[in-house]
Design a protein around this ligand. Structure first.
Ligand code: MCA
Ligand code: AMP
Length: 499
């Protein structure tokens, strides 16, 4: 009997007294204690009716019990479906309808609202949020061992939603093999060991904070300082006792903006990793000048896990994302013909390997559009590979804004805006932002004689979309700039912004 992820990430830690998690409130959990809690979570899931292959939706705070729930879901053979805690009720309702989960776990503070949505689908709801959470309370009385459900490498372990150029979010199906192969590659490449202590300030509902950070730590037996948020005062304190940090570029610009962040403070640190959004070469250089550390930039996607990384030993070149991970093939192709491009030519980044997902949940046509029959996945990122194999991302063929590491697909925001009475059309675009890298701006063309106001727009947007997707400014225009084919010219909108 085997369970691919459990056998590799969790089983080796049975009886391991080393510290696994340290939380904001000072509580610590050894690996052994964590596994016992995971077993209790697995029992609670099965008692709630969760069968192997069932989806468990989790929109919960960042707690040790949330990580134990992830482990419990693996043990019970379920498919873990984490959601951004910023999602609104409207967004949550879509995911629940699409994923048809057997159980929903939410923040105790959101219980009433989530129950309202869940009732329509007849799905039970349990809560997390300290000792009062109903999931935590139910788990307390369960046995602390659980026989892992048989799951093979191809079985699904997680379903992660990612928005798309069509506006509708798609569930990326990730198998045990997808997650494990990537964790193994990264742990080896970055030489993560049980001597490491990771400062973990990322959210645990995305690939970066959940799989890149947690799965590598589990595989290596490293210690994790679980910070509920990126609080600069907490981070500055923790960094003096840690060896490793994983973050989005905003983490590094915020650290550099603080005069207390010095070379002396990072004496124990051995590695700073950046990803999820482009790290400016100027941030890379400033960080090295301040600390002596060259940030290691890597590149990935929800559908593919991590794809490339700068080397641990060897040149970490600012503005590049390094080399394909072991076991991962990368091809740069002509976006029109799909033909491989010679080195030095810009093209679509395509990826193949055990890290690449199994397709989009219930969307075979979308899967066929983006995942070629030969196994290569079309990332929508434009890149160039040099003679040596090193890759740089130079743009995107997909219309995407990345703000503080969160992805915002303009089409999703435009769909919401266009449905508001009085809006004739809209175009959403990104502009540079000092803290978040990019921020969201909406250009609006109002219908003639309408009394549309910014307040009306904001009211609807607030109900429909998570806060990080909200336009930070609305520009009222007479018409949208279009090319001769009628396509909206977002480059013109960007150029015209504040000029
Ligand atoms: C918070 N706000 C944001 C963002 N985060 N607005 C735009 N973009 C954001 N990323 C809003 C808040 O709701 C708040 O709204 C206001 O901005 C200021 O919040 P602040 O307290 O400054 O923000 P924060 O709570 O400190 O969060 C910033 C953050 C956070 C730490 C950068 O966004 C973060 O943890 N980002 C990491 C995302 C991540 O893990 N991405 C990985 C995706 P108001 O105006 O109402 O006050 S996985 C992925 O992309 C692939 C696979 C990969 O390669 O990793
Ligand atoms: P997601 O949909 O959240 O998985 O986001 C994946 C996207 O984030 C990729 O397709 C890239 O456009 C972007 N991304 C991730 N890492 C990097 C990086 N190091 N540099 C530039 N873009 C990145």
């Amino acid at each position: 009997m085997t369970n691919t992820l459990y056998d590799a990430l969790f089983a080796p830690h049975v009886g391991n007294p080393a510290t696994f998690l340290q939380c904001d409130d000072g509580t610590t959990l050894s690996y052994d204690a964590f596994l016992k809690r995971a077993a209790q979570m697995a029992h609670t899931l099965t008692e709630s009716g969760v069968q192997p292959g069932d989806r468990v939706v989790v929109q919960a705070p960042k707690l040790s019990d949330t990580i134990a729930l992830y482990a419990g879901s693996v043990l019970a053979g379920a498919v873990y479906l984490p959601l951004n805690s910023a999602y609104t009720q409207a967004e949550l309702a879509y995911f629940i309808k699409d994923a048809d989960p057997r159980l929903i776990v939410c923040d105790i503070q959101d219980e009433a609202a989530v129950v309202e949505i869940a009732q329509a689908a007849g799905t039970p709801v349990l809560t997390l949020g300290g000792s009062a959470g109903s999931l935590s309370r139910a788990a307390d009385s369960q046995p602390n061992t659980f026989k892992a459900v048989d799951r093979g490498p191809e079985d699904l372990a997680a379903l992660l939603y990612t928005s798309g150029t069509t506006g509708r979010s798609k569930g990326a199906m990730l198998s045990h093999k997808n997650l494990l192969s990537n964790a193994v590659a990264l742990t080896e490449l970055w030489d993560i060991t049980s001597n490491d202590r990771l400062v973990h300030a990322l959210p645990i509902f995305h690939t970066h904070g959940l799989f890149v950070a947690m799965n590598t730590a589990l595989l290596a037996g490293a210690e994790v300082r679980l910070c509920t948020a990126f609080d600069i005062n907490v981070i500055l304190g923790e960094i003096t006792q840690s060896t490793l940090m994983m973050g989005v570029p905003t983490f590094y610009t915020r650290l550099l903006d603080d005069a207390r962040f010095t070379k002396e403070l990072v004496e124990s640190m051995r590695l700073f990793v950046s990803g999820s959004a482009p790290l400016l070469a100027e941030t890379h250089r400033a960080f090295e000048a301040r600390t002596g550390h060259r940030i290691l930039e890597r590149y990935g996607m929800t559908e593919t896990n991590m794809i490339t990384s700068n080397p641990l030993k060897g040149a970490r070149v600012a503005g590049t994302v390094g080399y394909p991970l072991p076991g991962t093939e990368v091809k740069i192709t002509d976006p029109d013909t799909g033909e491989a491009q010679p080195s030095g030519e810009i093209g679509m980044i395509e990826v193949r390997g055990d890290n690449v997902f199994q397709g989009y949940w219930n969307m075979p046509e979308k899967t066929a559009e983006e995942l070629r029959a030969n196994g290569f996945f079309l990332t929508g990122d434009l890149g160039v590979q040099d003679e040596d194999g090193r890759i740089s991302i130079v743009g995107r063929s997909k219309d995407l804004i990345i703000s503080g590491g969160y992805n915002i697909y303009p089409k999703e925001v435009e769909d919401v805006l266009n449905d508001i009475p009085g809006v004739l059309e809209s175009a959403v675009f990104g502009v540079p932002h000092a803290d978040f890298g990019e921020s969201v701006i909406a250009a609006i063309v109002a219908e003639k004689n309408s009394s549309l106001t910014v307040e009306t727009l904001k009211e609807t947007v607030q109900v429909q979309l998570a806060r990080f997707k909200h336009p930070r400014e609305y520009l009222f225009l007479e018409a949208l700039p279009r090319n001769t084919m009628g396509k909206v010219q977002k480059t013109e909108l960007r150029k015209g912004y504040r000029t």
